[in-house]
Design a protein around this ligand. Structure first.
Ligand code: DC
Length: 210
């Protein structure tokens, strides 16, 4: 079974998806980490980020590896920590925008998602990567709450810079931020992680054979 968890940055996807996967005993697949790893490698190699063909080639040659313990590697380098740096935050939408990069990523994401039960987190999972996912959830939260959560994750960055980053990322991600028509919309503002997880778990149990 595939559980698709989509939504904008700061809506609570990662925390919820990871916890849900643990509870269900499913694999957790963070597709944002894949775009981040590719962005990191392109920057490391000094590639121009406006060249979709070169970036797609790079993605093809260096598939992102996601370990069961949550480590992320690309080209044999462990990038788990570096992909969370703010320079990657800022540049990943530039890389993720190229259709040929997305085509390579999508193929790899489908391969990984289909290898058994998985909770898959991203922006376009329920619409494009796994349109036949048995459970689709689209998480939202108000912007102030999303900025607060980001601040907790990125303590070194000021509130204004974070709010601007969030707005710019929303704008660049907007094309892919459509909930699937059959997705369950959950507003996580003011909700505890465990409450959100329990709601999605109910949806999963309802789809599982008795
Ligand atoms: O969820 P995140 O912040 O780690 O995602 C990083 C970037 O990758 C974000 O700008 C949106 C993009 N992304 C995407 O375009 N499609 C996905 N399935 C996942 C992430």
């Amino acid at each position: 079974m595939i559980v698709a968890i989509d939504g904008p940055a700061g809506a609570g996807k990662s925390t919820v998806a990871r916890r849900l996967a643990e509870r269900l005993g499913f694999r957790y697949l963070d597709t944002g980490a894949m775009y981040r790893a590719l962005t990191w490698l392109a920057m490391y190699r000094g590639l121009a980020l406006d060249q979709g063909d070169r970036l797609a080639e790079l993605a093809e040659q260096h598939p992102v590896e996601l370990s069961e313990t949550g480590r992320v590697s690309i080209g044999g380098i462990d990038v788990t920590a570096s992909i969370r740096e703010s320079r990657v935050d800022r540049l990943v939408p530039v890389v993720a925008r190229h259709p040929n990069v997305r085509a390579v990523m999508r193929r790899r994401q489908r391969e990984l998602a289909e290898a058994g039960n998985a909770v898959v987190e991203g922006r376009d999972i329920g619409t494009v990567v796994a349109p036949r996912a048995e459970v689709k959830v689209y998480l939202v939260a108000d912007r102030a709450e999303r900025a607060r959560r980001r601040m907790a994750e990125r303590p070194g960055i000021g509130a204004d810079a974070l709010a601007t980053d969030l707005r710019l990322r929303d704008e660049s991600d907007a094309a892919r931020m459509q909930p699937a028509p059959d997705a369950e919309l959950i507003d996580t503002t003011g909700l505890e992680v465990e409450d959100v997880v329990a709601r999605i778990e109910d949806l999963v149990r309802a789809r599982q054979p008795a």
